[in-house]
Design a protein around this ligand. Structure first.
Ligand code: DHB
Length: 465
């Protein structure tokens, strides 16, 4: 592994009316003993103006923040991000393009994913590979900081969904010894993997408790609505809407899972910003429910303040332009359920997460006691330690985990991929540890990311200055 500051190309790119010139350091291997050399690499981009002595938005070659997006989705392999358009032909500059234009250095790693196999059919990208790779890429940045563009003390990770999970995990678990043997095994650089800040869109985290959280939120909503992806003969994805009712067995699972949630929430000892304990009674009501409702009400309030017409939201009580109350079960019905119970640890081992928690030679495994006991496939259980290593909640209060100072977490108000409780619990835990967390559930936003780059960059500029 090395970094040769003379091995670069200078690129120029126009999207719409915007043109950027940047220096590209391509295909930097961040693991000396790669399990998958095609994926354990990263591209680094820097505004070319920096090398001509320019400053952009007050940043220079030495001081620019290092924005570090990952493109992992569904815990699949993540390709390294590159400047371009949001979608081919859109004419809209994408995140990396905008970041370079704004004066950030961008470090864009590829990351292994759950389906990858080597020539012996051994799986190489099962958990914890994704988080190990992201950390190894961070270590590379620290190891070669002296020669790299930007300020490697100002690394800001970014990702959406599974990628948001990875961002929150890097931010929560810096330098924790749990990951050390895995980092050694791939020959990661001998350097720290702590970061300055983490930007996380709708993080799919806390997988071993996400089933219970999902049913706590969607209990009583027994119809589901989702998009199904099928591959055409030509191997292209095709989406069709699927609506259906949960089976009586799934409805029972929903009740069983919902009943597990209060005990978990109560075990966390969470507090709100006023120091009040966040707990749930056995029936799922309590101060934690009020805390989650307040997140939705704040979201509605911001929409009202922008003069959005919310009169159709019958679950919401608005008085004199103030969002003052809500019916939580009716809200869940209104946003609709996407997943059947159990949402994450499938009884048929059919979910992305079952696949994530496979091993070198077992494709899919369980990761909750409930689904193990109710498995229809006599599935095996993933090791507790591996499940733990994918969950930022395991590290936030660990003294030997170096937390990012800043987090920005966005979880769309009508996201149905995971319960709002999941991000809410992480936020409360991070704040209790003194991390500064900018958290919001933007109104009318589903499971998505990078939709508010101006605000994201304003946050980065504020914390970096
Ligand atoms: C993603 C979405 C999911 O619903 C899930 O269970 C895991 C990952 C994603 O979009 O990355």
């Amino acid at each position: 592994m090395n970094f040769d500051k003379n091995a670069y190309t200078v690129e120029s790119l126009t999207v719409g009316v915007h043109t950027i010139r940047y220096r590209q350091f391509a295909d930097l291997l961040y693991a000396d003993l790669p399990a998958n050399a095609a994926y354990q690499r990263m591209h680094i981009y820097a505004p070319e103006g920096f090398y001509e002595g320019e400053s952009i938005n007050g940043y220079t070659l030495a001081t620019a923040p290092v924005f570090m997006p990952n493109q992992v989705g569904g815990y699949m392999p993540g390709e390294p991000a590159a400047p371009g358009e949001t979608q081919e032909g859109s004419g809209i500059p994408n995140t990396v393009f905008c970041a370079l234009e704004h004066g950030y250095v961008v470090a864009a790693p590829a990351i292994r994913g759950r389906v990858q196999q080597d020539e012996n059919k051994t799986y190489t990208g099962k958990a914890p590979a994704c988080i190990v790779d992201y950390k190894a890429a961070v270590r590379y940045l620290h190891a070669f900081a002296k020669d790299l563009p930007g300020d490697e003390e100002k690394i800001i990770t970014n990702g959406t969904s599974a990628g948001g999970a990875l961002s929150s995990l890097v931010g929560s678990s810096g330098n924790h010894p749990d990951y050390e043997p895995y980092l050694k095994a791939i020959g990661a650089a001998d350097a720290g993997d702590e970061i300055f800040a983490a930007s996380c869109y709708c993080p799919i985290i806390n997988l071993e408790h996400a089933d219970a959280a999902y049913e706590w939120q969607f209990l009583g909503v027994n119809e589901f609505r989702r998009m199904q992806m099928n591959l055409t003969e030509g191997g292209r994805p095709e989406f069709s809407a699927v609506d259906g009712d949960m089976t009586p067995e799934q409805v029972q699972t929903s009740k069983d899972e919902a009943a597990l949630f209060p005990e978990y929430v109560n075990s966390l000892g969470l507090k709100d910003e006023q120091g009040r304990a966040l707990t749930l009674a056995a029936d799922g009501t309590g101060t934690f429910l009020e805390y989650v409702k307040a997140i939705v009400l704040e979201s509605a309030q911001k929409a009202l303040d922008r003069k959005t017409d919310l009169s159709g939201e019958t679950w919401l009580t608005v008085e004199d332009g103030r969002a003052v109350g809500m019916d939580f079960p009716a809200y869940a019905r209104a946003i609709t359920r996407m997943k059947t119970a159990p949402a994450f640890d499938g009884l048929e081992l059919e979910t992305a997460e079952n696949d994530l928690f496979g091993s070198e030679n077992v494709n899919c495994r369980h990761f909750t006691k409930y689904s193990l006991e109710h498995s229809k496939k006599r599935g095996e259980m993933a090791p507790e330690q591996v499940v733990r290593m994918l969950n930022p909640m395991s590290y936030v209060d660990a003294a030997d985990a170096q937390k990012a100072k800043y987090f920005r977490i966005r979880h769309g108000e009508c996201d149905r991929d995971t319960s709002l409780a999941i991000s809410a619990m992480l936020v409360a835990k991070l704040r209790a540890q003194g991390c500064s967390v900018d958290y919001h559930a933007p109104w009318g936003v589903p499971h998505a990311g990078d939709y508010d780059l101006d605000e994201l960059f304003a946050w980065i500029d504020e914390i970096c200055r």
